[in-house]
Design a protein around this ligand. Structure first.
Ligand code: NAD
Ligand code: LMR
Length: 328
C-alpha cells in the first residue's frame, strides 16, 4: 500500500529559494523516494500569480510523488494540516546590510505564521526557518505557538555547515564526504563559530591538520561571511545552495543522521554548553526517531568558548530587540 502524502508548506514559494526548493521536494529528494507530498505554497497577494506559474511548472514535471499543490495568501490555509513548514518567505538583505537589519521588517511575518501553525498544523508539525534573521525569526514563530512542542521549531545552520565542510575539503585536498563532525555554533550571522576542533578528517581533528592562522584568519571569516560574498558576486543572496541546505536539514531530521557523524542545527536550547535556555542556537546535533538530540560532552577550550559566547550574546541581544518591539 502506498504511504499517505506528507503536507509540506513552503512560504515565499515564488521567491528565488522557493524556485530552487519546490522541484527537489516534489522529486522525492527531501523525504525519500517512497513518500508522496502535497505542496502548500504561501505567498503575499502580489506574488500569487508567480506562485501559480511555479505550480504550472511543477505540474509539467509529472513528478510521480507530487500528490497535490495548493496556493494561498492566507497562512491559516497554508498551514492547515501541515506536517513540515519551510519558512522561507522574508525580505532578503541587499549589499551593505547585516541580517539583523531585517529584524523589524521580517519579525512581523513570523508572528502570524507561528499563530497559524499553532492553530491549524498537524500534530507532528516540524518547522525550519530559513528567512533571515533565521534564528530569531524562528524564536518569534515558536513563541506564538504555545501548543506546539518548542523543539519542533528550528533554524537553518546547514548552509554554513556545508560551506565549512567544503572549505576544509578544499584545504586538505580530500572529498567533502571525508569531513565529519562539523559544527556551526550560535547564530546564522557573521558571528557564527565554525568549529574545527571537533570536526574530523581521517579520524583526527581538523584543527591539528591546518595551521592556527588559517583556521582563525581565513577559514572562520570565509565561512561566516560567505553569504555576503555571494550577494556581492551574484547581486542576490544565495538561493540554490540555501534550498539544498533546507532539504539536507529536513532529510536529516526526518530520516536520521548517519552513525558516527552529526550535523549543525539551530534548536531551542536546553542550556547545553552554557547557551541560555530558550534561545534557538546552532549546535552539533544528531537525529533519531524524528527528533534532534544535542551531541553532549564535547570539550570546549578557551578559544571556542569565547567565539560561542560572542555569537550567543548576539542571539540574546536579538531576542531582547524583538521583545522590545513586541514581537515575542
Ligand atoms: P526572494 O525575495 O527571492 O523571495 C522571498 C519571497 O518571500 C518573495 O516571493 C516574497 O513575495 C515572499 N514573501 C514575503 N513576505 C511573505 C509573507 N509574509 N508570506 C509569504 N511569503 C512572503 O528571497 P529569497 O532569495 O528566496 O530568500 C528568502 C529568505 O531566505 C531571505 O530572508 C534570505 O535572507 C533568506 N536566506 C537564508 C539563508 C539561511 O542560510 N538561513 C540562506 C539564504 C537566504
Ligand atoms: C546566506 O548565508 O547566504 C543567507 O543568509 C543570505 C544572507 O543574507 O547572507
Amino acid at each position: 500500500m502506498s504511504k499517505a502524502p506528507v503536507t509540506v508548506t513552503v512560504t515565499g514559494a515564488a521567491g528565488q529559494i522557493g524556485y530552487a526548493l519546490l522541484f527537489r521536494i516534489a522529486s522525492g529528494v527531501m523525504l525519500g523516494p517512497d513518500t508522496p507530498v502535497v505542496l502548500n505554497l504561501l505567498e503575499i497577494t502580489p506574488a500569487l500569480k508567480a506562485a501559480e506559474g511555479t505550480a504550472m511548472e511543477l505540474d509539467d514535471c509529472a513528478f510521480p510523488l507530487l500528490a497535490g499543490i495548493n496556493i494561498t495568501d492566507d497562512p491559516r490555509k497554508a498551514f492547515d494540516g501541515a506536517n513540515i513548514g519551510l519558512l522561507v518567505g522574508a525580505r532578503p538583505r541587499g549589499p551593505g546590510m547585516e541580517r539583523a537589519d531585517l529584524l523589524e521588517a521580517n519579525g512581523g511575518i513570523f508572528k502570524p505564521q507561528g499563530a497559524a501553525i499553532n492553530d491549524v498544523a498537524a500534530d507532528d508539525i516540524r518547522v525550519l526557518v530559513v528567512g533571515n534573521p533565521a534564528n530569531t525569526n524562528a524564536l518569534i514563530a515558536q513563541s506564538h505557538a504555545p501548543d506546539v512542542p518548542a523543539e519542533r521549531f528550528t533554524a537553518m545552520m546547514r548552509l554554513d555547515h556545508n560551506r565549512a565542510k567544503t572549505q576544509v575539503a578544499q584545504k586538505l585536498g580530500v572529498p567533502v564526504s571525508e569531513v565529519t563532525k562539523m559544527t556551526i555554533w550560535g547564530n546564522h550571522s557573521a558571528s557564527q563559530y565554525p568549529d574545527l576542533f571537533h570536526a574530523e578528517v581521517g579520524g583526527k581533528p581538523v584543527a591539528e591538520q591546518v595551521d592556527q592562522a588559517w583556521l582563525a584568519d581565513t577559514f572562520i571569516p570565509t565561512v561566516a561571511k560567505r553569504g555576503a560574498a555571494i550577494i556581492d558576486a551574484r547581486g542576490a543572496s544565495s538561493a540554490a545552495s540555501a534550498a539544498n541546505a533546507a532539504i539536507d536539514h529536513i532529510n536529516s531530521w526526518v530520516l536520521g543522521t548517519p552513525a558516527g557523524d552529526w550535523v549543525s542545527s539551530a534548536v531551542v536550547s536546553d542550556g547545553s554548553y552554557g547557551i541560555p535556555e530558550g534561545l534557538i542556537a546552532g549546535v552539533p546535533a544528531t537525529s533519531t526517531g524524528g527528533a534532534w538530540q544535542v551531541v553532549q560532552g564535547l570539550e570546549i577550550d578557551d578559544f571556542s568558548r569565547a567565539k560561542i559566547d560572542a555569537s550567543v550574546k548576539e542571539l540574546a541581544d536579538e531576542r531582547d530587540a524583538v521583545r522590545s518591539l513586541g514581537l515575542i
